[in-house]
Design a protein around this ligand. Structure first.
Ligand code: PRT
Ligand code: ZN
Length: 224
């Protein structure tokens, strides 16, 4: 369903939402976040913001439901692999990497365990929310493993006896340390990115996207 207004999906609440809203505001998009609305209309441009869970953003782009989205590369790549494996549309255009949401997806093990390289992960059970990215990495290096899929509390899995290792997002490393774990391998370095659907759009919409991108370039450069 095409609309005249440009649709941008952003995380409703979480680590990306504030910086994402700030970025759009600095690009000159005026809007007012009130209540629990799913759609917020910009006041000064033909733009609608869709406020959703970050997990939903890659699919909304890949299905062409929205035109633009801001999402962490970790989530984007995981969903892309998952959809490709199911033969569902998994295309998107990466317009630019943003300057927030930085983290790494890492395999971590007991802090006291001996570790001499990825071969030591052979036959281990790895708890993760990112089974596709773990599989891609382990297949690439040719190490066998099993997974334990968890959507939360991944860091407690080894202590709870559910897994030998974990693969989770790390920023400061405090969570790993608090759970008696140490980073063994970084499998992905991630940042928030602005992505576009590959669905054909009107010239007017594309011109608006180009204008937003130019402004974004200026805003991000000014901060550096
Ligand atoms: O509700 P919704 O589904 O929208 O949000 P969410 O809970 O799935 O995601 P959210 O808001 O936690 O994270 C959104 C995105 O922020 C992630 O997909 C990453 O791209 C990015 N990001 C950046 C992070 C982190 N840094 C991060 N540190 N996401 C999660 N973490 C968690 C990590 O999972 C671990 O539990 O923080 C903990 C580790 O942090 P440190 O500082 O202790 O190392
Ligand atoms: Zn999420």
């Amino acid at each position: 369903m095409q609309t005249q207004r440009l649709r941008i999906a952003i995380q409703k609440k979480g680590r990306l939402s504030k910086e994402c809203q700030d970025l759009l505001k600095r690009c000159g998009v005026k809007f007012n976040m009130v209540g629990e609305r799913l759609v917020v209309h910009a006041e000064n441009m033909p733009i609608d913001l869709l406020l959703v869970r970050d997990d939903d953003i890659p699919g909304l782009i890949m299905d062409g439901v929205v035109d633009l989205g801001v999402i962490g590369e970790n989530e984007l790549e995981e969903v892309g692999l998952e959809r490709a494996a199911r033969n569902e549309a998994s295309d998107y255009i990466k317009l630019r990497r943003l300057d927030f949401g930085g983290c790494r997806l890492s395999i971590a093990i007991d802090k006291d365990a001996d570790y001499n390289g990825p071969q030591d992960l052979n036959g281990k059970r790895i708890a993760t929310t990112y089974p596709q990215l773990v599989k891609r990495y382990m297949d690439d290096i040719g190490v066998k493993f099993t997974t334990c899929m968890l959507n939360g509390s991944v860091e407690v899995a080894p202590r709870a006896g559910l897994a030998d290792a974990i693969c989770d997002l790390v920023s400061t490393g405090a969570t790993l340390e608090a759970n008696g774990l140490k980073e063994a391998e970084v499998i992905l370095r991630s940042k928030a990115v602005l992505i576009q659907s590959t669905t054909a759009i009107s010239n007017d919409k594309q011109a608006l996207i180009d204008r937003l991108l130019t402004r974004m370039q200026g805003v991000i450069q000014a901060k550096e």
